[in-house]
Design a protein around this ligand. Structure first.
Ligand SMILES: [Ca+2]
Length: 494
């Protein structure tokens, strides 16, 4: 063999070796399937709810670790989603409200506040996967969407986060005129519902699952991060009739109210601004709960279709599956409906992480977790270098051993016009301060009083506990909320 031929033979051999090595790295890279429901609380069978049927999420829980005590950082769509997708608390990324919605707002107003106005250089969770050679796609609602008005659009999206997106719009959107609402013509802000004609597949979440299954097929040979955002059980609670028929509204028990609940004190804890929800009768309350639970079962079935595709394509053993929600939700606990409170029902979220090979799979954990922990957890599990400014910590030690914990407290904040409420949840306590305490404090012993019926904040025997928890809040929220650094137009145009 001539020397030139020998050299080219050696180079060809080296190139082949490198290609093979790259291919095996690609094959070994773990995929991520990120499933999120909108406005889903822990009313799931696997979280101990006696009536709600959620067989598909229950089966995912049997294959992963179920977090009994996971909390959002802000119980409202855009602040919560911006927080866990940037890995920063709302104070740090500046998003403390939803954008304005409705028919009379400008396009610009629907795009602000946007975290890119406050922290323009942020590398979001999906963006980190893009930078590391993953195929990254979104179906449905990941960043904020006004529901149902913006279904079928990209909503308040972050184009830098995705290689491509799918925005399904189903029969529920076309049949809004059939929806029963506490306020005629209002389907998103207040309670509204519809037992729909037709099949699961025609609804927006049915189309979302169908698109997710197609994308999984197209991703088979390359590492992927697929984010699937379901729109239910966000109001309007639209689900095919069969899901409604499975629930007898007469069998639904209504939550009992405490004395504080009846007096609605301290006032900021009970602020809803929705009189029509506060004056419902018991029949309407049971109808709303039936509808919400029917929407959960319908969404659960769509989750199941995506998980079936993962199994059918034999991707399960190499895919991390996350199932969660952007925040909790009230179904008349404390006399409240929906979100934006700092009680447990609103701050707490379902969270299941099923990662291949974790020793804790199939178990439940009491370890405290925050949605802001998802970023470092997924980056770590996939061996990607995360930015050093993240506010969360990796939950991987808990996935390996559900008896472990990685943090002593979980934090949630909310805005009330010109002041904020801050809340901290520890192993035993929930402590909440409104406007730094000037508009009220609440302390609940979550072991003795899981329903948060006795406010112990004014009780002198708990002064030391209050001082300690106040210290934790001051530590976490020491800096004022971020100020915008980029003009709104520039951020919105990105
Ligand atoms: Ca939401």
């Amino acid at each position: 063999m001539k020397i030139a031929s020998l050299i080219s033979f050696v180079f060809a051999g080296l190139a082949l070796l490198l290609m093979t090595s790259n291919m095996s790295q690609a094959q070994q890279k773990k995929n991520v399937l990120f499933l999120i429901a909108d406005d889903l609380n822990c009313d799931l069978h696997c979280y101990g709810h006696p009536q709600v049927q959620s067989p598909r999420i229950d089966s995912l829980a049997q294959q992963g670790v179920l977090f009994e005590r996971a909390y959002c950082q802000f119980p409202l769509c855009s602040p919560s989603r911006s927080s866990f997708l940037t890995g920063r608390r709302p104070n740090e990324n500046g998003v403390l409200t939803n954008p304005r919605g409705g028919k009379n707002v400008s396009q610009l107003e629907t795009l602000s506040p946007n975290f890119r106005e406050y922290v323009p250089e942020t590398v979001t969770l999906p963006q980190l996967f893009r930078k590391n050679g993953y195929r990254v796609a979104r179906v449905g609602k990941l960043y904020h969407y006004g529901v149902p008005n913006q279904i079928g659009t990209s909503g308040l999206d972050d184009p830098q986060s995705w290689d491509f997106v799918v925005n399904p719009a189903g029969r529920d959107k076309a049949e809004e005129h059939l929806v029963t609402s506490l306020i005629t013509g209002n389907f998103g802000g207040t309670l509204s519902w519809l037992a729909a004609e037709g099949t699961d597949l025609e609804q927006t979440d049915g189309l979302t699952a169908t698109s997710a299954c197609s994308l999984l097929e197209s991703f088979q040979d390359q590492p992927f991060f697929l984010a699937v955002g379901f729109f239910r059980p966000h109001t309007p609670y639209v689900a095919p009739k069969a899901y409604y028929d499975a629930i007898d509204p007469r069998s639904i028990p209504l939550p009992q109210l405490s004395e504080d609940d009846r007096q609605r004190l301290p006032a900021p804890a009970y602020l809803s601004g929705k009189k029509e929800q506060e004056t419902m009768n018991d029949g309407q309350r049971r109808a709303a709960i039936q509808a919400y639970h029917a929407s959960i079962s319908f969404m659960d079935a769509q989750v199941g279709r995506v998980l079936d595709a993962l199994d059918r394509l034999k991707l399960r053993d190499n895919t991390i599956v996350v199932m969660t929600s952007d925040h909790g939700y009230h179904m008349y606990e404390h006399g409240l409906w929906q979100k934006q409170s700092l009680f447990e029902n609103s701050a707490r979220v379902p969270l299941i992480i099923s990662a291949p090979g974790m020793k804790g799979n199939g178990q439940k954990t009491q370890a405290l977790a925050e949605l802001v922990d998802l970023y470092p957890t997924l980056a770590g599990l996939c061996e990607l270098k995360a930015p050093d400014y993240l506010d969360g910590v990796s939950l991987q030690p808990v996935l390996e051993d559900p008896a472990r914990s990685v943090k002593q407290a979980a934090f949630t904040q909310v805005r009330r016009g010109n002041f904020d409420g801050h809340s901290v949840r520890t192993d035993r306590w929930r402590y909440t301060r409104w406007d730094n305490g000037s508009k009220g404090e609440q302390l609940f012993d979550m072991q003795a009083d899981p329903g948060e019926s006795r406010n112990l904040a004014g009780d002198s025997q708990h002064a030391a506990v209050v001082a300690e928890l106040k210290g934790l809040l001051q530590q976490t929220y020491s800096a004022p909320p971020a100020e915008p650094v980029a003009p709104k137009k520039a951020a919105a145009a990105q």
